[in-house]
Design a binder for this molecule. Structure first.
Ligand code: PHE
Length: 332
């Protein structure tokens, strides 16, 4: 029996321990052989013989179990050393996230106006009719509302169709007095869905108000031209007469096509120009609605997705909101 203990103790791998197990405990092993000898033991000695053998077996089993545990731990440790990863090593993969192209474009727009001392104002996404339409010279049932068809709630509230209501809220704020120089970035909602429209999109609108006569169309022209050069580089800028209920006069602003340099292509519909924003001098009716007198001002509105599409040559605006990593990873 002593040499059996020795057999277990000298095993230094799980394989040699398994060999020892078969030799000792196996069907044809030493213990089985010992138990077989029972037959030839005298009847009165059988009990003592079996007892003794069982004690030996229990001892060996215990020894075996302990040894197995030790060797298993040793094997596990060896495996960890072999397959170990040094987590402090630089792995060369850049798995970090990045800003969504719309957010990145918005930040770029905001940076420009913040550098000129414009404040950033925010307001609710669910608006009432007064702030979203009426105060902006869009009377109830006026056909100009069709340009901003949207989602009306039963209680008369509306998902804001532009960020202009933030301008109304800012002017109505008793703590705010002209001069005002503000932008209002944020999401807006309309009933549109095609390659250049999604039901939710983002705007950065701006408003400048000062004493009557201090703000003229030339200020508006200068700042928008400078802003568009900052965004798109060396482009031509043109102001085209247009209509918005809240500005008078109003102008839509175009840049020379950044893809064909103005010679005419598919993206600019062969016109050589890309429409990029709306602007104008604030309509007196808007000032009346907020109780402002003897002031003048200008306003403008930028569609952030439109800018992102142009800057990154994104063909379908809806792809920006599909959450497809293959698109988003291109902006890392
Ligand atoms: N609020 C207008 C829109 O969403 C944009 C705009 C703002 C146009 C200010 C002119 C002046 O369409």
């Amino acid at each position: 029996m002593e040499n059996l203990q020795e057999l277990i103790e000298s095993a230094d791998t799980l394989i040699s321990l398994e060999e020892a197990r078969i030799e000792i405990f196996g069907k044809k092993g030493v213990l089985a052989g010992e138990f077989a000898k029972m037959k030839s033991v005298a009847n009165e000695d059988k009990k003592a013989f079996a007892q003794n053998l069982n004690i030996q077996k229990a001892k060996l089993t215990d020894l075996f179990d302990k040894k197995k545990k030790v060797l298993e731990e040793k094997a596990q440790e060896a495996l960890m050393v072999k397959d170990g990863v040094d987590v402090t090593l630089f792995n060369g993969f850049d798995e970090s996230g990045s800003l969504h192209p719309v957010q990145e474009t918005m930040n770029k727009i905001i940076d420009y106006f913040v550098s000129l001392n414009f404040s950033i104002e925010e307001g609710p996404l669910v608006e009432d009719d007064f702030h979203n339409f009426e105060a902006l010279n869009l009377a109830k049932h006026h056909p100009a509302r069709d340009m901003q068809d949207t989602f009306y709630m039963n209680d008369g509230t509306v998902l804001r169709t532009h960020t202009s209501p933030v301008q109304i809220r800012t002017m109505l704020d008793p703590n705010v007095k002209p001069p005002i120089r503000m932008i209002c970035p944020g999401s807006v909602f309309r009933r549109d869905f095609d390659v250049t429209h999604t039901p939710m999109f983002h705007q950065v609108e701006g408003l400048v108000v000062d004493e009557e006569g201090k703000i003229s169309f030339s200020h508006l022209k200068f700042i928008l031209e400078d802003f568009l050069h900052y965004m798109f580089g060396d482009v031509q800028v043109r102001f085209r007469p247009s209509f918005f209920p809240f500005t008078e006069p109003s102008a839509e602003v175009d840049i020379s096509c950044i893809f064909c340099k103005g010679s005419g292509c598919r993206i600019c519909s062969k016109t050589g120009w890309l429409e990029v924003l709306g602007s104008g001098m604030v309509d007196p009716n808007v000032f009346k609605a907020v109780g402002y007198e003897n002031v003048s001002g200008y306003a403008f509105g930028v569609g952030v997705e439109r800018f992102a599409m142009l800057l990154h040559e994104i063909p379908d605006l809806r792809s920006l909101y599909e959450g497809d990593l293959r698109l988003l990873e291109q902006f890392r």
